[in-house]
Design a binder for this molecule. Structure first.
Ligand code: FEO
Ligand code: CA
Ligand code: CA
Ligand code: CA
Length: 663
């Protein structure tokens, strides 16, 4: 059905039981195949992945990266253009978030300690980023395979040169030894979720960039302006920090030295003190122009940028993009373009990106207890966001978007339980966002511990409970929830909205004041993360769980949601009443698949005809090691006795009868 007259969708598959097998389990009548996995060569110039870590660092510029995460399928026309409705041939852009299990990548596992080995770090730098590859249906039903050697096949890595667009382009905040005028930078990093544009480009988003950025002891005192220290601390990079991956310790070469955001020279143009300001952005890549230079679209703000989800484009209306800042007690944002959508810009590439994404208004969300909400404007010289601000003096719009967490703090936006993916319902325009979990929520009656960011529950983040699991007890909101809102007048540019909570994660046997959506064995889940509406309005929910993995591996569910206001209020443990959608039933939410051991299920794309579904398995076997592996997936999918190293991969799901998925 089309807009306004959607056919009623019905979930039509047999739910997959929870399990801890080292397999992808799908419903009867469905099959899976692996499209590509860590290390697969994109071209014929490199040999197949051997599984012993012997591949050169340089070859990862032409191999599939690690840590598959968000992705998008772009239909590809015979003349090389974006053809949104094409289902049998396309370009698949996939994020490679990080080297989750470095033991898989190196010959003998990751060498312990610092300084890091240069060859290992170089390989890790090239294994991050994004891959683009052509995909095509062949002779086997609606399955798809990668077209090796396609002219579109491409890697973008943590070393790829890119330019800035928007308010930060040329700003003093991003001037470095590499780009003394602040026009360009290198690399995209920790690309978690994603988005796409109606003109046919990919948006990749930089989330946990602190994983690779160090800062020296004594750096605070070297900063020219004390406000720099306020900003660095707010973004979580205190002085005397060695990053998790310690790339900066691998040697004096610029490839490594730039991974410390420390003052070492006399000016920003002599060092890499501003490295941190070059990450946390939305990066636009044109998959149809493999030689094009990616652009960091700074108007959309800088934070632990999970993803960038567009509302459907409407002629004559602005482009609207929703984002979440995935950290405990952080915010939900929206960008509204200045330019109004003109369908002539389809296939306009990065020039269209400049038109719609470099100028516009950034907002942050405030959720009120009565089910209303406001979008608060983050514009310089408005709402007190100016040079006289006592929390942080904002010099200009570049300063506001680079430090939008501080601007949102000042405006009193609502601190959320870790915003992950968002998705816009094509049936009615309502927006959904997962709030994966939050260990920093405390009981409504408790007192926050000094010098912590502990918060009491509020209406939009209403749960505090203890999830007892044998020897471990996870407190706060360990199972997460999914919030949704409807813009006033169904207009993406509105500054007011109505909201409720769609679903609360919980295990089926949890107490009724925890299992608030009445989940049962066919649909119970924890820690929702990936979220995607396909074109029919079927909602796909993926999990990245830290609380329920003793019972089941991570999973993906299919859902047919209602609308904001479907349910009444509920009272969570601790007495907080909140607005809740209708309870889940087997008819409205149902488990579609379960992944292999220790993985996260993330990233999803469905072809327009809904006959091919792609999803990603990230870091199978991450709790194991070379000596004591916990997973051999994907080799274990077909050989249960396999001993191969586990690999992140993109999986293709089809129906054996060639039918439409999910119904
Ligand atoms: Fe990379 Fe927020 O998940
Ligand atoms: Ca995520
Ligand atoms: Ca997550
Ligand atoms: Ca993960």
């Amino acid at each position: 059905g089309g807009a306004g007259g959607a056919t009623q969708l019905t979930l039509g598959f047999k739910p997959v039981p929870k399990n801890t097998l080292d397999l992808v389990s799908v419903p009867e009548g469905y099959r899976v195949s692996v499209l590509h996995a860590l290390g697969d060569p994109l071209h014929f110039t490199d040999p197949a992945w051997k599984g012993d870590g012997s591949e050169s660092a340089d070859s990862y510029n032409r191999r599939i990266g690690d840590g598959h995460d968000g992705m998008y399928y772009f239909g590809l026309s015979d003349d090389g253009k974006y053809q949104a409705e094409r289902s049998d041939r396309g370009l698949l852009a996939v994020n490679h978030e990080y080297v989750v299990s470095p033991f898989v990548l190196h010959p003998n596992g990751k060498t312990a300690g610092t300084p890091r080995i240069a060859a290992e770090v170089e390989k890790e730098i090239y294994a991050h980023g994004v891959s683009v590859c052509e995909v095509k249906r062949g002779t086997s039903g609606n399955e798809m395979a990668m077209v090796r050697n396609s002219r579109y096949n491409r890697r973008v890595t943590s070393a790829t040169e890119m330019v800035f667009g928007g308010p930060v382009k040329g700003s003093t905040l991003v001037r470095t030894k590499f780009s003394t005028d602040g026009q360009k930078t290198r690399g995209t990093n920790n690309n978690c979720a994603n988005g796409y544009t109606p003109w046919g480009t990919y948006l990749t988003c930089e989330e946990n960039f602190l994983n690779v950025i160090s800062r020296a002891n004594g750096d605070d005192a070297k900063r020219l302006d004390p406000k720099e220290v306020i900003a660095l601390n707010r973004y979580g990079l205190k002085q005397n920090t060695l990053s998790r991956y310690a790339w900066d310790t691998a040697g004096p070469d610029d490839l490594f030295a730039r991974w410390t955001s420390s003052v070492t020279g006399n000016s920003p143009q002599e060092d890499y003190r501003n490295t941190i300001n070059t990450f946390g952005w939305v990066v636009e890549i044109d998959p149809f122009a493999p030689d094009s230079t990616p652009v960091k679209r700074t108007a959309l703000g800088r934070f632990n940028h999970e993803g960038a989800w567009p509302a459907p484009a409407v002629a004559g209306q602005p482009i609207v993009i929703y984002s979440g800042d995935d950290a405990r007690n952080e915010y939900i944002y929206k960008f509204v373009s200045k330019a109004l959508w003109d369908a002539k810009d389809v296939n306009g590439g990065l020039a269209a990106g400049a038109k719609y994404l470099d100028e516009g208004t950034l907002f942050v969300a405030k959720f009120n207890a009565d089910g209303t909400g406001q979008w608060l404007e983050l514009t310089h010289n408005k709402n007190g966001l100016d040079a006289s601000n006592t929390l942080y003096p904002f010099a200009d719009q570049a300063d506001v978007v680079t430090h939008c967490r501080l601007a949102a703090d000042f405006l009193g936006a609502t601190k959320m339980d870790r915003p992950e993916w968002g998705a816009v319902n094509p049936v009615n325009g309502e927006v959904y966002m997962t709030l994966t979990n939050n260990s920093n929520r405390i009981a409504a009656t408790a007192t926050p511990a000094p010098n912590t960011s502990q918060l009491k529950p509020d209406a939009a983040n209403p749960r505090y409970y203890e999830d007892m699991k044998g020897t471990t007890s996870q407190k706060g909101n360990p199972n997460g929830h999914i919030i949704r809102w409807r813009e006033a007048g169904n207009s993406g540019a509105a500054t007011a909205f109505a909201w409720d909570i769609y679903l609360f994660g919980a295990q089926a046997d949890a107490a009724a004041d925890v299992n608030l959506s009445g989940l049962t064995n066919v649909n119970d889940f924890s820690s929702p993360d990936g979220l995607y509406f396909d074109k029919r309005g079927m909602l796909w929910i993926q999990t990245d769980d830290g609380a329920y993995t003793d019972v089941t591996n991570c999973m993906m569910l299919a859902a047919v949601p209602g609308k904001v206001g479907d349910g009444g209020k509920v009272t969570a443990a601790g007495g907080t009443a909140t607005l809740k959608g209708a309870s889940a039933t087997a008819g409205t939410v149902r488990r579609f698949l379960v992944g292999p051991k220790d993985c996260e299920i993330t990233g999803i794309a469905v072809t327009p005809d809904a006959k091919t579904l792609f999803f990603n398995v990230q870091h199978p076997g991450e709790d194991g090691s070379l000596a004591t592996p916990s997973s051999a997936w994907p080799a274990s999918q077909t050989d249960r006795a396999a001993t191969a190293r586990p690999r992140s991969a993109t999986v293709v799901v089809t129906r054996t009868d060639g039918g439409v998925i999910g119904v």
